[in-house]
Write a protein that binds this ligand. Structure first.
Ligand SMILES: C[S@@+](CC[C@H](N)C(=O)[O-])C[C@H]1O[C@@H](n2cnc3c(N)ncnc32)[C@H](O)[C@@H]1O
Length: 424
């Protein structure tokens, strides 16, 4: 794939652009197999062929740093610390990783920034004198708008979040919101996130939703059909897998392996908005999802309740309304720390545990708990095979049996790996 920004040295994100895509996939497959082999020597792992999706236009979310001026805002990234673009805003509105519907939203968003006078946050210079630089207080930096975060649903709707330094511009944003909604009628949710700290942090704790709707419906359909996917609800501060097509394949694969094992009880730790829990639900199966973000838990509960009360004629993910009413009867979600829940949870250990942690992995404490528990199977979905391998080394009694690479982030060294472990 060719990219003018990469060629000119303006953006270095897609480190493997020069490598043909089939070679990239083969190398990633070798990489994860070698890591698993070194973590668990001699494990007889049945590898399924890698799941791939489109090579470009696959990112469902754009995280745009806003630089430039209020009259000419630049949406993209800040050039890397060294080199010819250091400290400069780089326009990435035509980035090839974004689908056309995301790219098409950027001009109207830039126009709103100008109309509502959302001055881009100036990360480079405190406004008043050297003493401020010695003691960097947030008030010393100019500007308000830090990032614009845009998520595209598979059905073409958008969620737009403005990350601001303070609430000062919120009234202006509200006033000009109708013009944005007129220009982009597929915008379902608009919110402000307040991130008051001068630090390389994408977003803060406070979220103010400006639209009537607060969730973006994300239909994840492995087969692509209108009624074969579950529609997950996504609130502004919740995590969602970056590549919706590959995420659908990930949840479908998880469901197939879980149904083969047919556990009566399952925990989905690090459950986010409930993707694994809800895809793996079944009549007679008790499912518990645990997640740190209360917003994500609220989203998961919304989806569960929607599935529990489908209209009699509805068919979702090939099951009818009666099946879903039975499948969701024993599905619960709770906000909390995954390790603390397992350690202090009190309830009997389930037959199967799904874990899908952030890049740092589940860590030695949860791995040790799983190792010494009665859990028969673990389904580990990982976006970082190095921490996956380290975690597996802490669970020698749980042997990897089946595995699959899911190519979630083409053009980069990153990928998702799904591994089914069974107690030896
Ligand atoms: C890779 S995401 C997976 C989310 C979800 N399984 C999915 O498929 O979208 C990891 C999730 O773990 C959550 N998380 C981070 N630390 C956690 C912790 N200590 N305990 C529970 N959840 C945590 C994050 O908020 C995030 O939603």
């Amino acid at each position: 794939m060719q990219c003018p920004h990469f060629d000119a040295g303006r953006c270095h994100s897609c480190t493997l652009l020069a490598t043909p895509y089939p070679t990239q996939v083969a190398e990633r497959a070798e990489h994860v197999a070698a890591l698993l082999d070194s973590a668990v020597p001699g494990a007889a792992v049945d590898w399924l062929p890698p799941v791939t999706g489109p090579e470009s236009g696959f990112r469902n979310k754009a995280k745009m740093v806003v630089t430039g001026t209020v009259d000419e805002p630049v949406l993209g990234i800040l050039g890397s610390a060294t080199g010819p673009f250091a400290g400069q805003g780089v326009d990435l509105t035509d980035c090839g990783l974004y689908p056309p519907a995301l790219q098409d939203s950027f001009p109207a968003l830039a126009e709103l920034i100008t109309r509502a006078r959302l001055q881009p946050y100036d990360t480079t210079s405190p406004s008043r004198g050297p003493r401020r630089r010695e003691s960097p207080r947030e008030s010393a930096w100019r500007g308000e708008l830090k990032h614009v975060l845009v998520t595209l649903s598979p059905d073409g709707e958008l969620m737009v979040r403005f990350v601001l330094r303070s609430q000062e511009p919120v009234a202006r944003l509200r006033k000009h919101l109708p013009s944005l909604l007129a220009a982009l009628p597929r915008v379902a949710v608009v919110s402000v996130n307040v991130q008051p700290v001068h630090a390389a942090v994408l977003e803060g704790d406070l979220e103010i939703v400006l639209t009537e709707r607060s969730t973006l419906p994300m239909r994840v359909a492995a087969g692509g059909g209108a009624d074969d996917g579950i529609t997950l609800h996504l609130r502004p501060q919740s995590f969602f897998q970056t590549n919706t097509a590959v995420a659908a394949a990930l949840y479908a694969q998880a469901r197939r392996w879980v149904d083969e094992v047919a556990p009566a009880s399952l925990w989905d730790l690090y459950c986010g908005v409930g993707g694994f829990a809800l895809h793996c639900a079944a009549p007679g199966r008790s499912v518990t999802g645990i997640e740190l973000s209360a917003e994500a838990i609220a989203s998961a509960v919304t989806t569960r309740d929607e599935l529990a009360h489908l209209p009699a004629s509805a068919v979702v993910a090939t099951h009818d309304a009666a099946w879903w009413a039975a499948a969701t009867r024993d599905v619960r979600f709770a906000a909390g720390d995954a390790t603390a829940f397992a350690r202090d949870g009190g309830p009997q250990a389930p037959e199967l545990v799904v874990v899908n942690p952030p890049r740092r992995g589940i860590g030695p404490e949860l791995a040790a708990w799983l190792e010494s528990s009665d859990v028969r199977h673990v389904l580990y979905s990982s976006c970082n095979a190095t921490t996956l391998a380290a975690d597996l080394a802490h669970m020698p009694s749980l042997r990897p049996r089946r595995a699959r690479l899911l190519d979630m982030f083409p053009q980069t060294g990153h990928y998702e790996a799904l591994v089914l472990l069974a107690r030896a």
